[in-house]
Design a protein around this ligand. Structure first.
Ligand SMILES: C=CC1=C(C)c2cc3[nH]c(cc4nc(cc5[nH]c(cc1n2)c(C)c5CCC(=O)O)C(CCC(=O)O)=C4C)c(C)c3C=C
Ligand SMILES: [Fe+2]
Ligand SMILES: [Fe+2]
Length: 359
């Protein structure tokens, strides 16, 4: 057998100089995994300036508004940002969590994170660090990624809480996280959780939650609308899979609940601007149903992982009023999965699956 040479001396080479770490070398922690839940974001307050800052950041995002800058800049800065902050601030005030002085999206995302951490602590203990961030506003993605790295996370799982993929939501959340990584000397390894629009855990949780909400009503709705946040039709034509994923969620949920198409209908809400958005529109459908003689209606919004302005104010507020003012008699809004046990079951299933190989 050949003799192994282990040292420079044995090889007849001069000793290598000792490499000393400088005394001020930053302390580096590693070996942990970060799980970062991400949602859209919400203003810091309901008055003009915080509303304006939030809307400006949101509506300046090229993933949200794809118009060329030279065309969009004057519309946004001279028209939209002079009137919308005041109007939308009043809407936010109707759903504001006054105890914590924040929008419900923040309260719910914080609670989802805490409950997820509690469930998974037994599985991975101190090894996983859980945190949450918002794409627009605070807590911002960059500072939470930095926090996770300071905590010793050299791997991070990004969890955009959008069941259906859309460039204006999922992609911009990931873009933003990647932009933060671009500035880091020592980047963590990263993974992103894919859309879960047809995940059996998600469909099952929605069906269970809807059955429980319906059982609490003192009436059986003639029709249930399955309302998703809208998007310009142009985005669909350019290849965004959002519409098709919404339609699949709707079909799977309809099958899980055993409802016929006439009783469980898909619609799209929150139209913005003059262009055509995905149809049929929720508000027009609600009005037509009431005027056509429907007396009872329920609305559910499976595309939102947490209740927010678009569900609490727009669906439960505006659309309730539209229905009741046009001849409808009974209206119910069925809540999102939020931080319910079923809601956390979904997030836990996604996170456990996507952490495979890391834990
Ligand atoms: C103007 C273009 C917009 C697109 C495209 C869009 C897509 C989109 N949005 C969500 C989820 C949410 N949107 C929310 C609020 C909201 N959305 C837009 C505009 C677009 N959204 C605006 C301007 C606002 C702010 C309120 C307003 O001024 O109308 C929210 C609620 C946030 C909260 O604080 O409660 C959510 C959630 C999805 C899923 C989506 C998909 C295509
Ligand atoms: Fe939106
Ligand atoms: Fe809206």
């Amino acid at each position: 057998m050949e003799k192994r040479i282990d040292t420079n001396a044995e090889a007849g080479l001069p000793a290598a100089p000792a490499i000393a770490k400088p005394a001020d070398h930053p302390r580096v922690r590693s070996g942990r995994i970060g799980v970062l839940l991400m949602n859209l974001g919400t203003p810091e307050g309901t008055s003009y300036w915080p509303m304006r800052a939030y809307l400006k950041e949101f509506l300046s995002d090229r993933r949200v508004i794809e118009e060329p800058r030279w065309k969009w800049w004057p519309v946004l800065n001279l028209i939209i940002l002079s009137t919308r902050p005041g109007r939308k601030g009043k809407d936010y005030a109707t759903i504001w969590n006054k105890e914590r002085d924040e929008g419900p999206l923040k309260t719910i995302t914080r609670s989802q994170t805490a409950q997820l951490a509690q469930r998974l602590n037994a599985f991975a203990g101190e090894r996983i660090v859980f945190d949450w961030a918002m794409r627009y506003g605070f807590p911002d993605v960059k500072s939470r990624i930095q926090h996770l790295q300071n905590e010793g996370c050299d791997r991070i799982l990004f969890v955009p809480l959008y069941p259906q993929y859309a460039a204006p939501t999922t992609a911009t959340a990931c873009d933003h996280a990647f932009r933060a990584l671009m500035e880091m000397r020592w980047q963590p390894a990263v993974r992103t959780v894919p859309a879960y629009h047809d995940d059996p855990a998600y469909i099952g949780a929605l069906a269970t939650s809807m059955r429980a909400s319906l059982a609490k009503l003192d009436f059986e709705p003639q029709i249930i609308l399955c309302s998703f946040h809208g998007m310009p039709k142009e985005n669909l034509l350019k290849g965004d899979p959002y519409y098709c994923q919404c339609a699949k969620t709707w079909r799977l949920l309809r099958d899980a609940l055993g409802l016929p198409e006439e009783r469980f209908r898909m619609t799209f809400q929150s139209r913005f601007g003059p262009d055509e958005w995905l149809q049929p529109y929720t508000d027009e459908t609600v009005k037509a149903l009431a005027q056509g003689g429907a007396k009872s209606l329920a609305i559910v919004a499976p595309g939102f992982s947490a209740d927010c302005l678009e569900t609490l104010e727009e669906l439960d507020g505006e659309n309730r009023e539209i229905f009741l003012h046009n001849g409808g008699e009974k209206f119910a809004y069925l809540p999102c999965l939020n931080d319910s046990a079923e809601g956390i079951d979904v997030i836990e299933a996604l996170v456990r699956r996507e952490l495979m190989g890391w834990v």
